[in-house]
Design a protein around this ligand. Sequence first.
Ligand code: ADE
Ligand code: ZN
Length: 346
Amino acid sequence: MTPTLAEKIAGAPKAELHIHIEGSLEPEVIFALAKRNGVKLSYESIEALKRAYAFTDLQSFLDIYYAGASVLLTEEDFYTMTAAYVERALADNVAHAEIFFDPQTHTERGVAISTAVAGIERALAEGEQRGLTSKLILCFLRHLSEADALATYEAALPLFDTYAHRLIGVGLDSSERGHPPSKFERVFAKARARGLKLVAHAGEEGPPAYIHEALDLLKVDRVDHGVRSIEDPALVARLADSRVALTVCPLSNIKLRVFDDMKQHTLKQLLAQGVAVTVNSDDPAYFGGYVNANYFATAEALELSEQEIYTILRNGFEASFVSPAERQSLIDKLDAYWGQSNPPPH
Ligand code: ADE
Ligand code: ZN
């Protein structure tokens, strides 16, 4: 990739639609919050923690990710974490972010959902003042029971009113294998009846059948990851026809060994087949980079053209949960930038 194309990508206004806010906790922040709260970590230093970031699959990552999140206790902690993400997002020219959080990770440690949301909201409201619009999506942990998800949903109900401008949907994450979307059909039906937006991780490590279930049973508006759809041509055609977007996270897929290396990533093939692919960071503090780094690594390894990159950037805005007027304004910004910002001739 020419430096000028990297510069053009870096400067482009973009959406980020798949970021777990707990996955933005940098090792330094984990240690600072552990100290602030007197939480004992099982890693003796920042370096020891970083050395543990050698993942073999999704579960090996999740074990460390939940240990990292254990330092979050107060509203101020959630604010600190989210404010740091806002800085990174603004530095990458993210204009709109849709952010996941995992309430069950916190409620099981006695931290109320309202504490988490209040701290996250304070930082996101500040981000809005600085040009980053955002939404928040509450994710259920799929390794826990359906009953636990239902109880979490009920406990969060007042927050969907208080924070209606921000908290607009529910999602499904954590250990995929053995926990199909069908396990959560009833809680998603309740969220759908309430008019909430619906997303689910599917086809990251799990089979294409889980993507079918997410579409047919949960009736999701977007699929998170979804990269294993490539194994099922009829599913790829279905995704392309319906324009249900995939929130792809390339660096995550390499770190968690979904693909051996970036050159094997199927994002370009999915794009060529008309799937609404977007690029996102997933858990940037753990996977080696924020959203721009994901664009750079993908563009370089897959030799993406300017047109392909534009399409991915645009897909991000097309797939975001904003009003039609906001969407048009974001796309207008992208078009103005992309048209004017051609790499200089050599
Ligand atoms: N939670 C945080 N990151 C995740 C991922 N990539 N897959 C499933 N659950 C997650
Ligand atoms: Zn994810």
